[in-house]
Design a protein around this ligand. Sequence first.
Ligand code: ATR
Length: 277
Amino acid sequence: MNKIGIIGKPLSHTLSPEIHNSAINYFNLDLIFEKWELEKVNLKQFFSEAIKKNILGGCITIPHKENVLEFFNDYDDSVKRIGAANWFKIENNKIKGFNTDFKGFERCIPITLLRNIPEKKCIVFGAGGSSKAVVEALYINKAKNITIVNRTIEKAKSISDKYKNIEIKVAELYSPETLKNEIENADLIINTTSVGMSSGPDPKGNLIGGYNLKKNVTGIDLVYSPSRTPFLKTISHFDGTVVDGVEMLIYQAQIGFEILTEKKCPVEIMKTALKLN
Ligand code: ATR
């Protein structure tokens, strides 16, 4: 039987099987969804065997959105611009990468905020594959005031350096004095790191704990397990608008599933599978 699935590590928290199985059942497709929990060193073997194992494609999550690129034969435009992929599709014995995080994230930004994004101050925590998609979406929507905050400053700089016609600021995660002014004046704060993720390295961590946020701040957390992360609880504490990671998870999944199967599953079906409706 043909297979689709998810590549990542850890995968104990993933909701992707529920989401995609709901779409497979909705269209009554002859497909199974598998979990491929892989270390970086195992990716080469996985992709070299994928074609003969009847794999049609799948999604890619933390920490492999950049690691997978060297194993692809072709890249969608979105991957070329962003430098990270969260989906792959195998067709005619060729592996092609796609990035649906970009569109998924864009749909998560509340519409009034999105319209006014050029005047808003945006902070992006993290500088991995997800951060690249988020920064690109902010840039395409003409955000002019973006700061990338990361533990490893060089990774933040390398994203910022890609953008020649706006200045994207960078800041080191553990420099509270520099960060205070940035974070306390932010209108939109996005967490793309795994801090706060139940099966991640720092489940109780909160990158905005201890700051005095603006009253009407919006917080988007890409972490979806738990749905109310410490990060989002802080946003709520300041009466901010909260967007949890399930939103983006569903939107990127809908677009990715359509790329693989050419069928657009209603988001309500996917949400029902997670018992969110
Ligand atoms: P993804 O592809 O989903 O973006 P990734 O490329 O592994 O995943 O990126 C994870 C991000 O989370 C990185 O920015 C990482 O910081 P470093 O670049 O310094 O590695 C950040 N991250 C992971 N664990 C963290 C932690 N305990 N504290 C702070 N940042 C962390």
